[in-house]
Design a protein around this ligand. Structure first.
Ligand SMILES: Nc1ncnc2c1ncn2[C@@H]1O[C@H](COP(=O)(O)OP(=O)(O)OP(=O)(O)O)[C@@H](O)[C@H]1O
Length: 219
């Protein structure tokens, strides 16, 4: 099993007191599997992705990726985990403003020591970014930035891609095309995909659908 989450809990403190967002999440993901995570706004989908991505710490429970509990890693180990084992496509695209599109796409793969020019060329071509390689993020539309973030996440060939509404800024036809590409390219890379979407139609394209409700995974 690539990812095993058990008993995962997370609360936030707010001015009105603590709110329990995740109340005991259990979830498995096999290598290469694609899973759609749905749930109402505020149900905790982004929170769950941040925890699995090693961007935040849970209050309790375990997140085992390739036999290691990433919740207990020291900071330096967690940084290595983020660099080598996960690809992230989040709502804020986090592109590096001072690098052009080509350098943004190559950036994480280079850090991970996994640069593959031919694979990057294919990603660029299939995601329709060829004409934009020398532009900077501020010179791109939201949808273009989203496609760059997708290319960057796939370039590393990480075993796990975490994507938070990766087609949220795209029109329906482009969104469908980009999701189909993400599925086929993550398949080629051998990456598993955990993808948040509000669209049941898009969710239906993935291997499995799960819903976050009242702090737990349920039907
Ligand atoms: N840093 C924070 N501090 C306090 N509360 C937070 C924090 N981050 C998220 N929350 C709260 O936790 C809950 C879950 O938020 P989260 O962003 O995970 O939901 P979501 O399912 O991804 O929502 P959406 O579909 O709207 O993006 C919400 O009630 C939100 O207000």
């Amino acid at each position: 099993m690539l990812l095993t989450i058990s008993g995962l809990t997370k609360s936030y403190s707010t001015a009105e007191g603590p709110i329990a967002v995740l109340k005991g999440i259990d979830l498995h993901l096999q290598a290469g599997e694609s899973v759609a995570l749905t749930g109402e706004s505020g149900s905790g989908k982004s929170t769950l992705l941040h925890l699995v991505g090693g961007l935040d710490q849970p209050d309790g429970g375990r997140i085992i990726v390739n036999d290691r509990d990433i919740a207990t890693l020291a900071d330096a180990e967690r940084a290595l985990y983020r660099r080598h084992e996960v690809g992230l496509v989040f709502q804020q695209f986090n592109l590096i403003p001072s690098l052009d599109v080509a350098a943004n796409i190559a950036f994480h793969a280079r850090l991970a020591g996994r640069q593959e020019p031919e694979w990057e060329r294919q990603l660029v071509e299939k995601l329709g970014l060829t004409a934009l390689l020398n532009r900077y993020p501020e010179q791109l539309s939201g949808g273009q930035q989203q496609r760059v973030a997708i290319a960057r996440s796939l370039a590393v060939r990480a075993p796990l891609i975490l994507a938070d509404e990766p087609t949220g800024n795209l029109d329906e036809a482009t969104g469908d095309a980009v999701l189909n590409l993400m599925l086929s390219l993550s398949g080629e890379a051998g990456s598993a995909l955990l993808l948040v979407t509000h669209s049941m139609r898009l969710a239906g394209k993935l291997d499995r659908q799960i819903m976050l409700r009242a702090g737990r995974i349920g039907g």
